[in-house]
Design a binder for this molecule. Structure first.
Ligand SMILES: CC(C)(COP(=O)(O)OP(=O)(O)OC[C@H]1O[C@@H](n2cnc3c(N)ncnc32)[C@H](O)[C@@H]1OP(=O)(O)O)[C@@H](O)C(=O)NCCC(=O)NCCS
Length: 132
């Protein structure tokens, strides 16, 4: 396996809170999967959790290199945590198709957050090209 791309993003947590106040359920439904919403709901610092996931989605879009495209949905990128708390990325829809076309077999993401900021960094792995 080799790293073929990297993406990073910084999100302002109060901005996510504002979006939530302004657009409520519509914002949550459009951007987050039910598992992501449940994870944020179960934590006292839910806004940070949402902001971390938002940053992870943008970091993944950056590593794809395509930027925002018509058919992409925010929920095509889902971040779930394993039993140790480590975040894992699952892809669906248009984003999965783009990832497949780039030969991406795995995306590794790391998230950190405070009350003010959330940062995510994501790397894409592909099968090593032995012929190089
Ligand atoms: C995993 C750990 C490093 C997270 O760091 P933190 O400073 O508490 O919190 P951060 O905001 O930087 O990071 C939180 C993110 O770490 C990620 N994370 C949690 N457990 C993880 C693990 N086992 N592996 C990789 N990433 C992990 C998650 O993505 C989490 O955000 P999320 O819940 O929104 O998905 C920390 O909880 C830990 O276990 N530290 C070990 C030392 C320790 O216990 N210190 C406390 C006393 S000083």
């Amino acid at each position: 396996m080799e790293i073929i791309a990297h993406g990073i993003d910084l999100v302002d947590c109060p901005r996510i809170e504002q979006m939530l106040k302004r657009h409520g359920e519509r914002f949550l439904d459009r951007v987050f999967t039910s598992a992501e919403r449940a994870y944020a709901d179960s934590n006292k610092n839910g806004i940070e959790k949402l902001a971390g996931r938002f940053a992870a989605k943008e970091a993944v879009l950056k590593l794809m290199g395509t930027g925002w495209r018509g058919k992409i949905a925010w929920t095509d990128i889902e971040v779930v945590n394993d039993t140790a708390g480590r975040p894992e990325v699952r892809l669906d829809g248009e984003v999965k198709q783009i990832a497949d076309s780039l030969g991406i077999t795995h995306i590794s993401v790391s998230i950190t957050h405070t009350a003010n900021f959330a940062i995510a960094s994501a790397v894409a792995l592909a099968q090593a090209n032995e012929g190089k």
